[in-house]
Design a protein around this ligand. Structure first.
Ligand SMILES: Cc1cc2nc3c(=O)[nH]c(=O)nc-3n(C[C@H](O)[C@H](O)[C@H](O)COP(=O)(O)OP(=O)(O)OC[C@H]3O[C@@H](n4cnc5c(N)ncnc54)[C@H](O)[C@@H]3O)c2cc1C
Ligand code: SF4
Length: 500
């Protein structure tokens, strides 16, 4: 057995530094508790975040984006693995919890206290103030966003500039690589440094493998210290928690850690997502995706089960989206500046499962239902119509069984006529939910309304895993607000101890 290379102790130990873990740290550190923050990924400063997407992905995205669902048509599951978690590579889109979901969680899941309206409104307002939340201004919308607005005006769709946590955005279109100006208030530049300034000790490159228990109660975490270069194990750590252990490793890894720690109940069940795909359009005039908010304009369509968003990509990734081969592809490549890209995120009804493999890694089973694929089809057809309405000369729907490039709006009917098959669409998901869900019923949930495990006192789940269903809007604001609510109550409940 490798020697212990790191030992520490604090009031609370937090595993994971993304939307959930960092918010818990923000609240508990400022309430005067001592904290240890464990993060599997590295701490990357602004200077260390590469501008090239592939280099950035190698450093910051789990498994270089190759983690997928199992089954005949795997779906990539994108997640950040660095200090700041997925917030460090996201687009900063902010949406409050929709009222219908709030009511459903209150009525069907017994979460009335967690999502109590007045409390959540107060917390959302504070988050919005601290994280510099504002609508994307016209100056940094970029042509990708402006074109989407033009399409909405032509078709009478309810589009709007996206509200983001990036009031000082200068439109460098590099959110996915990490904002070079630190304008976007991801957790690595906001709540983690804030918690550290209040005494929290951050240990990057530490992968938690088990929650320790004594007399049934969670008392600490053990795991592996990773080599910064190879990411292989170079030692072990053990961190003891006097007041509680907070697991916030994200919706795929939290259930794996809970399962490794012998937590019972429906751990890993009820997995949900907002899978999506994108459509590219070619315009006669330059679009220049390299300028503008990475995601600046959106068309909410919650009643239809999807949302449309402009999505600018760095050139190397956009090039991979262009159809054709040989000379035809090279011609398209020469016009790289003339493409716009818009994506859809679909609120799917399907449920999946996350299980721990014998190697300790996650296995994710998930298949969209026919009703979910019908929503994808409607959304992609609408995106194609919007591209033509904004003046695109060619549209690449990116679906199997269709022409690679549509040149007239009438051809969109080809896409609308036959049901879409799963293997015809490249879905990808980055909004993941529900694998350790909160609820009043011990049989159908893992944690209670205060996000404490039904089974294990002193063990809390404070991340996307605890959300009982998907939302139909971007999730980070809801994750932060529910975690804030639970962490605030936890701080009040725990007798205030001396800071170690
Ligand atoms: C590319 C991309 C774009 C997105 N855009 C948006 C957006 O614009 N708006 C929005 O609302 N949402 C967006 N999301 C989703 C949003 O970022 C996530 O829903 C949110 O960050 C999830 O929070 P979390 O705390 O559950 O997990 P994460 O933020 O993923 O954090 C989990 C952390 O735990 C760490 N971890 C995992 N296992 C262990 C372990 N065993 N030991 C130690 N550490 C561990 C991980 O490395 C990671 O840092 C996007 C996601 C991605 C990937
Ligand atoms: S678009 Fe650029 S400047 Fe704006 S927040 Fe994203 S990376 Fe920062």
């Amino acid at each position: 057995m490798a020697q212990l290379t790191l030992e520490d102790a604090a009031d609370f130990v937090i595993v994971g530094t993304g939307a959930g873990g960092a918010t818990a740290a923000r609240v508990l550190a400022e309430a005067g508790y001592s904290l240890v923050l464990l993060e599997e990924g590295p701490l990357l400063t602004r200077e260390e975040r590469p501008a090239e997407l592939l280099d950035a992905m190698a450093l910051a995205v789990r498994d270089f984006g190759s983690q997928t669902t199992s089954g005949p048509t795997p779906m990539p599951l994108l997640q950040g693995r660095l200090v700041g978690g997925s917030t460090a590579i996201n687009s900063g889109i902010i949406w409050r919890l929709p009222e219908d979901v709030r009511e459903e969680w209150t009525r069907d899941h017994g979460l009335g206290w967690l999502v109590e309206r007045e409390a959540l409104t107060r917390i959302f307002e504070q988050l919005e103030l601290e994280l510099e939340v504002a609508p994307t201004s016209d100056e940094v919308l970029g042509n990708n966003g402006h074109k989407m607005r033009q399409a909405c005006e032509a078709l009478g769709l309810p589009g709007k500039p996206i509200t983001r946590n990036a009031r000082r955005c200068q439109g460098r279109a590099r959110c996915l690589q990490g904002c070079p100006l630190e304008a976007r208030q991801s957790m690595d530049v906001s709540y983690i440094p804030r918690a550290v300034a209040h005494g929290a000790r951050l240990h990057p490159l530490c992968r938690a493998t088990r929650v320790l228990r004594a007399r049934g109660r969670a008392v600490g975490v053990e795991g592996e210290v990773l080599d910064p270069r190879t990411r292989r194990r170079r030692g072990r750590f053990q961190v003891m928690a006097r007041r509680g252990v907070i697991v916030a490793a994200g919706a795929i890894h939290t259930p794996v850690l809970l399962a490794s720690s012998g937590v019972g109940g429906p751990v890993g069940d009820y997995f949900q997502a907002h899978p999506g795909c994108a459509v590219v359009g070619r315009f006669a005039e330059p679009i220049t995706m390299g300028f503008g908010a990475t995601q600046g304009y959106e068309v909410p369509q919650r009643e239809r089960g999807f949302k449309l968003e402009s999505l600018s990509l760095p050139p190397e990734m956009l090039a991979a989206r262009l159809p054709g081969a040989g000379h035809a592809w090279q011609q398209r490549l020469a016009e790289l500046d003339h493409y716009a890209q818009w994506a859809t995120q679909v609120r799917m009804q399907a449920h999946g499962r996350v299980r721990r493999s014998w190697l300790g890694s996650p296995v994710v089973q998930y298949e969209p239902l026919a009703a979910d694929l019908a929503k994808v089809q409607t959304a992609v057809a609408l995106l194609c119509r919007m591209m033509f309405a904004a003046g695109a000369t060619e549209v690449f729907p990116g679906l199997g069984g269709l022409p690679e490039a549509l040149t007239t709006v009438e051809q969109v009917r080809l896409l609308e006529q036959a049901p879409l098959k799963r293997q015809d669409v490249h879905l990808l998901a980055s909004h993941l939910f529900g694998t350790a869900r909160a609820g009043a019923n011990h049989r159908t949930s893992v944690v209670d309304a205060r996000l404490e495990c039904h089974d294990v006192p002193g063990l809390y789940v404070m991340d996307a895993s605890a959300l009982p269903t998907n939302l139909g809007v971007n999730p980070q604001h809801t994750i932060m607000a529910t975690v804030w609510r639970a962490a605030e109550a936890l701080a009040e409940r725990s007798a205030r101890p001396p800071v170690a």
